[in-house]
Ligand binder design. Structure first.
Ligand SMILES: Nc1nc2c([nH]c(=O)n2[C@@H]2O[C@H](COP(=O)(O)OP(=O)(O)OP(=O)(O)O)[C@@H](O)[C@H]2O)c(=O)[nH]1
Length: 138
């Protein structure tokens, strides 16, 4: 089965990260994820993510760094989830697809019912929290 590349954004603001809950009209309804989406043919992954965040949340982001991609086999598809850490640089959040979003700190992330492909990313994020998120608290 072909691997579908999917980008996702770990958006940091005031020492917290944004997670989004997938709605009933999406795959994996009710699961929490980092917003993003599938990379189109020939598209640069960072350009994909900026486009998806604009479409899904209506905001602008500045991509800072990439975390480790995760390959995950769902029953009907294989994805490669490519995470980027980003700052929120403009716009107000208006949800186009998700049920809700929230800002979470380190010890709240694992209380969420995460999409399974996101679990290794949340582990890496919490390990690197002091370097990645804490400097953005001011
Ligand atoms: N965006 C995103 N998708 C994720 C994450 N984790 C995860 O397993 N996925 C899965 O990766 C796939 C990405 O699909 P998507 O629905 O976000 O992509 P898209 O906006 O391009 O959607 P479409 O073309 O199906 O309308 C889905 O199967 C989704 O369940 C995540 O953190 N963010």
């Amino acid at each position: 089965m072909k691997i579908i590349p999917v980008t996702c954004a770990i958006i940091i603001h005031q020492g917290k990260v944004l997670l989004a809950q997938r709605s009933e009209v999406m795959d994996l309804p009710g699961k929490w994820e980092f917003p993003g989406g599938k990379v189109e043919m020939g598209e640069d992954p960072k350009a994909c993510l900026i486009r998806e965040i604009g479409e899904e949340l209506g905001i602008q982001i500045l991509i800072k760094t990439e975390l480790t991609p995760v390959d995950f086999d769902y029953p009907t598809k294989k994805i490669r989830l490519i995470p980027f850490v980003a700052d929120w640089t403009g716009g107000e959040i208006i949800l186009a697809e998700h049920a809700q979003v929230g800002w979470y700190d380190q010890n709240q992330l694992f209380l969420l019912d995460l999409a399974p492909a996101d679990i290794p990313i949340v582990h890496e994020l919490t390990e690197k929290w002091v370097n990645l998120v804490a400097p953005n608290q001011r």
